[in-house]
Design a protein around this ligand. Structure first.
Ligand SMILES: [Zn+2]
Length: 213
């Protein structure tokens, strides 16, 4: 999970109709988020929903509020439901710095941590459920497929990074940079791989700070 940039000018239909899911809204969200779910960072060009960051049930006044709308996959949207109504806001916070995001390959789990407030703790809890399934239960088929995708992408990136560390040629450096482009999936985890080494952090500092204001 990383910070999300949203355009300032809101889509017209939010003001001219009663709908929050007009075509222009869907398009703007997809473009701003590079077609990625804000929670799991997977590309979702078909299987997506418009998520109300603060849920519709408890915050009816925010149903058509542009800053309350985010692009998410249906899987994460279902996991979030109205239970997680107090998460770290990715529009205003540098989530990727405030929540540590790692894959523990040995235990086959994603590990999240943060020492900040209640919203951070809730976000850590939700991300854990998204990647690892319900506490104490084995992953469902869907969760397994999803987690395998993450592991394979992160493995691939780790190999690219190792190659660069072994041979820091311009080509290998560029390959790491390509893996960190904003269109790429699972950047939260990749950023923490870069942060885990002083050498990497020095070279790729700007590549893990793409949208700071
Ligand atoms: Zn998702």
């Amino acid at each position: 999970m990383i910070r999300v940039f949203k355009r300032e000018e809101e889509p017209k239909t939010l003001n001219t109709t009663k709908a929050y899911d007009g075509e222009d809204v869907q398009e703007a969200l997809g473009e701003d988020q590079h077609d990625k779910c804000y929670l799991c960072e997977r590309l979702c060009t078909t299987d997506y929903v418009i998520d109300h960051f603060k849920c519709q049930k408890k915050h009816p006044e925010l149903i058509r509020e542009w800053l309350n709308l985010l692009f998410s996959c249906s899987y994460c949207n279902g996991r979030k439901s109205s239970t997680f109504d107090n998460l770290v806001n990715p529009i205003t916070c540098n989530v990727e710095e405030e929540i540590c995001q790692k894959i523990d390959f040995r235990k086959n789990r994603a590990v999240f941590s943060s020492t900040e407030d209640e919203a951070h703790a809730k976000t850590v809890e939700l991300l854990g459920r998204i990647y690892n399934g319900e506490d104490g239960k084995p992953r469902t088929e869907r969760e397994k497929i999803f987690f395998d995708e993450v592991v394979s992408a992160i493995n691939q990136f780790q190999r690219t990074v190792n190659q660069y560390l072994a041979q820091p040629t311009p080509d290998n450096e560029q390959a790491v940079r390509d893996g960190l482009r904003i269109e790429q999936e699972f950047l939260g985890f990749k950023y923490w791989i870069i942060r885990s080494s002083k050498v990497l952090e020095d070279v790729f500092r700007n590549d893990i700070r793409w949208n700071k204001r």
